[in-house]
Design a protein around this ligand. Structure first.
Ligand code: MEV
Length: 316
C-alpha cells in the first residue's frame, strides 16, 4: 500500500498505559488474561515537517535528540519508526518526531508499547495513511518481538484497542463488558520490572519441569476465567480474593519479590480486598482493589510501606 506524498501536516497521537488484571505469564502459554487501559498516564508522539533531510527523533523524557539513521540498532523508538516506514513503503520524511510519556518506565504499565503505538499512529497519519487498530497492533507486536523475545501480544492489544480486553493468543480480540465499574490503586514498588528477564526465567523453569508449570498456568487460567464471569456479572466482591489467589500462583512461578509482597501485605492489612503484581513482576507495580470506604487508608498504607507513587484508576 502506498501513502499520500503531500501535503504533510503535523500529526499527533497518544496511547494509554495498561495494567494486567489477571493472567500474566500464563498468557504466554496460551491461557487467557485480562488487561485494562490506564488513561491517567499516556505516551504522546508528534510528527512535524522540518527543513533538514531525514527524520530526527526527539525523546523528551530521555533528553535525547538523534537522527533516525544514526539510531543504535537496538533503539526501540527507531524500531517503531522503521516498522511503520517499511509497512507504508515510505522513505524517512524530512521531519521531527517528538516523543514524551507520563507512563512510568519498567513498571509493568506498558510504557514501551504505548510509545510504539503513539509513534505508529502519528507517523502513519503524517504520511497520509489511516491504519486500522489491527494493523497498529500488529506493527507494535513486531516491535515487541524485537525486545521481549516471546511476547503474548496482550500489551499491544489492550493499548491499541484502549478497552478492557479478555485476551487469548489463539483467539481474536474480545473486549470485556465491565458491568459494575470498580476502582484500582496502582502502587509502584520503585523497583524496575525486568519483563524480558522474568519471561525468560519462567520459560527456563517450564522447560525443566513442564508438567508442574503447565499445572500452575492452568490454575492461573482458571482464576482468569472466574474473574471474567465476576467482571461481566458485576460481582466485584469476588475480584479481590481472585487477585490474591493469582498473586499466590505468581509467587509460585517465581516472579514476585519481597517489595511486591510487603506492599501487598500493607494494603491488605489496611482493608484492601485483594492485591497482586501486574505485568512481568519482580518489581514494577502492585494493583490493589479497595472499596471506597477503605481506599484512603489503603492508599496511605501503601505510601507508608514505601510505594513512591500510588495511581488511582477506575476500571470501566
Ligand atoms: C507483560 O505485560 C505480560 C507478560 O505476560 C508477558 C507477555 O504477555 O508478553 C509477563
Amino acid at each position: 500500500m502506498t501513502v499520500n506524498p503531500v501535503p504533510r501536516r503535523p500529526s499527533s497521537a497518544a496511547a494509554p498505559g495498561k495494567v494486567i488484571l489477571f493472567g500474566e505469564h500464563a498468557v504466554v502459554y496460551g491461557r487467557p488474561a485480562i488487561a485494562v487501559p490506564v488513561a491517567q498516564v499516556q505516551a504522546t508522539a508528534t510528527v512535524a515537517a522540518a527543513s533538514a533531510a531525514g527524520l530526527e527523533i526527539r525523546a523528551i523524557d530521555l533528553k535525547r535528540t538523534f537522527p533516525l539513521d544514526q539510531a543504535p540498532a537496538n533503539d526501540p523508538l527507531a524500531a517503531a519508526i522503521r516498522v511503520t516506514l517499511e509497512h507504508w513503503q515510505s522513505p524517512a520524511p524530512p521531519a521531527v518526531l517528538t516523543i514524551s510519556s507520563t507512563i512510568p518506565v519498567a513498571s509493568g504499565m506498558g510504557s514501551g508499547t504505548a510509545v510504539s503505538i503513539a509513534i505508529i499512529r502519528a507517523l502513519s497519519s503524517y504520511l497520509g495513511a489511516v491504519p486500522d487498530d489491527e494493523l497498529v497492533s500488529n506493527l507494535a507486536y513486531e516491535v515487541e518481538r524485537l525486545y521481549h523475545g516471546t511476547p503474548s501480544g496482550i500489551d499491544n492489544t489492550v493499548v491499541t484497542w484502549n478497552r478492557p480486553v479478555y485476551f487469548s493468543r489463539d483467539r481474536s480480540v474480545q473486549t470485556l463488558q465491565i458491568k459494575t465499574p470498580f476502582d484500582l490503586l496502582i502502587a509502584d514498588t520503585g523497583v524496575p520490572s525486568p519483563t524480558k528477564m522474568t519471561v525468560a526465567e519462567v520459560r527456563a523453569r517450564w522447560q525443566n519441569q513442564p508438567s508442574h508449570y503447565e499445572e500452575l498456568f492452568e490454575r492461573i487460567g482458571q482464576v482468569t476465567k472466574a474473574a471474567r464471569v465476576a467482571i461481566e456479572s458485576g460481582q466485584v466482591d469476588q475480584l479481590g480474593p481472585l487477585m490474591t489467589r493469582n498473586q499466590l500462583l505468581l509467587e509460585q512461578l517465581g516472579v514476585s519479590s519481597p517489595e511486591l509482597e510487603s506492599l501487598a501485605q500493607a494494603g491488605l492489612a489496611a482493608g484492601a480486598d485483594g492485591a497482586k503484581l501486574s505485568g512481568g513482576g519482580r518489581g514494577g507495580n502492585l494493583i490493589v482493589l479497595a472499596r471506597p470506604e477503605a481506599r484512603a487508608a489503603v492508599r496511605q498504607a501503601l505510601l507508608q510501606a514505601g510505594a513512591p507513587t500510588v495511581i488511582s484508576t477506575v476500571v470501566m
